[in-house]
Design a binder for this molecule. Structure first.
Ligand code: ZN
Length: 130
């Protein structure tokens, strides 16, 4: 992987991949696009986008500072998307199973989650674990 690739692991540059979604969230066509854009936002400690891409009913607004601090403190390694259900452009919900790898205090850690995504305000958002 060259370092011009998007942090989410796709073959495009950040600008042509998650960057487009960070500037215009409705450009996430699938739940997986949105999930990848959230991973990339974690690697950039982009708290505003992490809040915006989170369903308002479960948005951890009071933990935003803590999330940003944590996202900056760890070293992001890579994202692996393991599978998904629904979550296509015509769907209203979907799930994406993924592993996100990072170093925390020198130890390789992995978050393995099956995440649920729904549409809110006509675009994909993360709502929580499936
Ligand atoms: Zn990307």
């Amino acid at each position: 992987m060259s370092n011009t690739n998007c942090p989410c692991g796709r073959d495009n540059s950040y600008t042509d991949c998650c960057g487009r979604i960070h500037t215009a969230i409705h450009k996430a066509i699938t739940a997986e696009d949105l999930m990848r854009s959230r991973y990339t936002a974690f690697t950039q400690a982009n708290g505003n986008y992490l809040m915006k891409s989170h369903h308002t009913s479960t948005r951890p607004i009071h933990e935003k500072k803590e999330i940003v601090r944590w996202a900056k403190a760890v070293q992001w390694v890579k994202l692996e998307v393991l599978g998904h259900t629904a979550g296509q452009s015509q769907d209203k919900e979907g799930t994406v199973e993924f592993k996100a790898f990072f170093f925390e205090n020198g130890q390789l850690q992995v978050i393995h989650e099956n995440s649920k995504f729904v549409k809110q305000h006509n675009h994909w958002v993360y709502i929580g674990e499936a």
